[in-house]
Design a protein around this ligand. Structure first.
Ligand code: G3P
Length: 226
């Protein structure tokens, strides 16, 4: 399962990559707004600091098919390699997906709230479908179940598309999807940090280190410490 960072702030991305080799970054206009800089310059900067193998997902903002395609072409020409164009699954979006794919542009169908939206987007040629797990939960639906259903539909229908599940509140949602074989998730930095941090691990390490130094000091008669 690929794990991506749902954030556009350079310090956050660098800080996370410094600790773990993530698989890329996803953005949307709201995430870019939170970063607070020129969107295109911010995206270029993100592309520059990411390893070439890391994906960068960038969303179009128009609600008309032709303009979505123009935007996608602009983004492809100006940002760099390994870009996925995020297209919301609206009617204009669904019309744009096959045209983008025909031009060799990889598409992530986004803002997905139902399994059939994901199915239709994948049939139209999208590489990834991004269901909004936590937003679904907040609407009284079961976001994890929707994401799993989409994954199962892709496999049973022989579609090559993968789920890129998005919008998470906690690591349990990600664990459930990981166990189900989901292709990719993207989450905010605090949720990603919670995937690896545990107080008990920290304390165990501290105890091992203390035991080691106590042993060395008692054998060698020294007063070394970590
Ligand atoms: O990638 C989609 C995502 O940014 C939506 O997440 O946390 O705003 O529901 P959230």
């Amino acid at each position: 399962m690929l794990v991506l960072i749902d954030d556009a702030r350079i310090e956050e991305i660098e800080n996370l990559y410094d600790k773990y080799p993530y698989d890329g970054v996803t953005t949307n206009p709201s995430i870019l707004k939170a970063a607070g800089h020129s969107p295109i310059e911010q995206l270029k900067m993100i592309r520059r600091i990411l390893p070439p193998t890391s994906q960068l997902h960038v969303q179009v903002v128009s609600d008309q098919t032709d303009r979505m395609i123009q935007e996608a072409q602009f983004l492809m020409d100006h940002i760099g390699e390994n870009i996925y164009i995020k297209v919301p699954v609206t009617e204009p979006g669904l019309r744009a997906i096959p045209r983008l794919v025909q031009q060799g542009i990889k598409v992530t169908a986004t803002a997905i709230y139902t399994a059939m939206q994901a199915f239709m987007a994948a049939k139209a040629g999208a590489s990834y479908a991004a269901p909004y797990v936590n937003r679904l939960d907040n609407m009284g639906a079961d976001g994890v179940r929707v994401a799993k259903t989409i994954h199962d539909i892709f496999r049973v229908q022989g579609l090559k598309a993968e789920v890129l599940a998005a919008s998470f509140k906690n690591s349990q949602q990600i664990l459930d999807l990981c166990q189900h074989g989901i292709g990719a998730v993207t989450a905010a930095p605090d949720v990603l940090r919670a995937l690896t941090y545990h107080d008990a691990t920290f304390m165990a390490e501290e105890n091992f280190t203390n035991d080691f130094y106590m042993l060395v000091n008692s054998v060698a008669g020294t007063h070394l410490h970590p």
